[in-house]
Design a protein around this ligand. Structure first.
Ligand code: NCD
Length: 357
């Protein structure tokens, strides 16, 4: 970790916590619950979160100072072992807009005791002694399950009852991104049912698409079709496909965007996750397979929405393409980004048991 990278042989070390720890279902009550997987949510929970987010957004627009009471006196710690702009800053902004405070290691996690070789279990418990909620991003699949497991043990020993919220666990899940993504679909389309939704790009390594696809299934969307467009090497993992099929959602897999583009109501474009490839040549061979440009978007429906979790690289063409796409009223990724803060405000207020909104 001292050089800012993670030894690849360690990447699987948190996976056993996926079976050791079962995240609590929300079942209408968010207070005191870790947020580590979209599997915790059902349609009713999502409706509660949508309503709370809409209320928070309205109040933000009105500069309602009552928002400052919602997490006043509460402390959020950020623990990011991987790069982040939107997730990190939107969580920090969310906590501050709610009247709460934020702490982080002064010089970033690489100069905390992680530099001395401290493991995740000890680091999260240390942070849990000081903060009410920890936002964790870590390269290991299952790392947020591991954090929740050890924080529950810690709760028996200390006064604080710290929570963890996953900000992404390697190629596993990114639950809060999926919450803001499904909220944005609802916000733009006023429904999730009956939509044709197309996820494109690196479906193998992209944690945002794993979580979003599963969350649409958790919503029990009626008459909704999910299209997965990816080259063979980057197909959606089997476990995610099985999960979605079990919930009765219709799924199409193809490597040809034009099989589905004309029917699509929601396009969710993604970056090829260069940092997840062991071999740079296989990244180079695949990186240009799907490129969204104004010419591609021209073939989509007039009322389609184009989403992207960002950051974007050349999967959205040249800087000139970026500007042209941004100017198209069908692109919603900046709205998505701003919604991320509102959704995270609603979630923080809910799990920390803030006065209700
Ligand atoms: C995504 C992530 O980190 O998984 N970014 C984000 O949180 N908005 C997507 C990506 O890095 O491609």
């Amino acid at each position: 970790m001292s050089n800012g990278t993670v030894n690849r042989t360690d990447l699987r070390q948190s996976e056993r916590f996926l079976s050791l720890y079962t995240p609590p279902k929300i079942a209408g009550e968010f207070t005191g619950k870790h947020i580590i997987s979209v599997e915790q949510f059902d349609r009713h929970d999502l409706q509660i979160l949508f309503d709370a987010t809409l209320s928070i957004r309205r109040r933000m627009r009105q500069h309602d100072r009552g928002l400052l009471q919602l997490t006043a006196g509460r402390l959020m710690a950020t623990l990011f072992y991987e790069a982040s702009t939107r997730t990190d800053l939107s969580f920090q902004a969310a906590m501050r807009h709610l009247g709460g405070e934020v702490v982080a290691a002064s010089n970033g996690v690489q100069f905390s005791s992680i530099y001395k070789g401290e493991n995740l279990a000890d680091t999260v418990r240390a942070v849990g002694c000081y903060a009410d909620v920890i936002v964790l991003r870590h390269p290991n699949v299952g790392s947020s399950y591991e954090a929740a497991y050890y924080l529950d043990l810690l709760r028996e020993q200390v006064i604080r009852q710290p929570l963890v919220i996953s900000g992404g666990d390697g190629i596993g899940e990114h639950p809060t991104q999926a919450l803001l993504d499904i909220f944005t679909i609802f916000d733009c389309k006023h429904r999730i049912d009956g939509l044709n939704i197309t996820l494109v790009g690196d479906l193998r390594h992209g944690r945002t698409v794993h979580s979003l696809a599963k969350l649409i299934a958790r919503y029990e969307a009626q008459d909704t079709t999910l299209n997965f467009v990816a080259p063979d090497e980057l197909r959606m993992p089997e476990n995610v496909l099985n999960y979605i099929r079990e919930q009765g959602i219709a799924v199409n897999e193809t490597d040809n965007l034009y099989d589905v583009l004309g029917e699509t109501d929601v396009i969710y474009w993604t970056r090829v996750q260069e940092e997840r490839f062991e071999d740079p040549d296989s990244y180079e061979a695949i990186k240009d397979r799907f490129i969204m440009t104004p010419a591609v978007l021209a073939q989509a429906k007039d009322d389609v929405i184009l989403m992207h979790p960002l950051p974007r690289k050349h999967e959205m063409g040249t800087p000139a393409d970026h500007d042209a796409l941004d100017a198209d009223p069908r692109t919603v990724y900046f709205k998505q980004m701003e919604n991320g803060m509102f959704v995270r405000m609603a979630l923080l207020a809910k799990v920390l048991g803030g006065l209700w909104v």
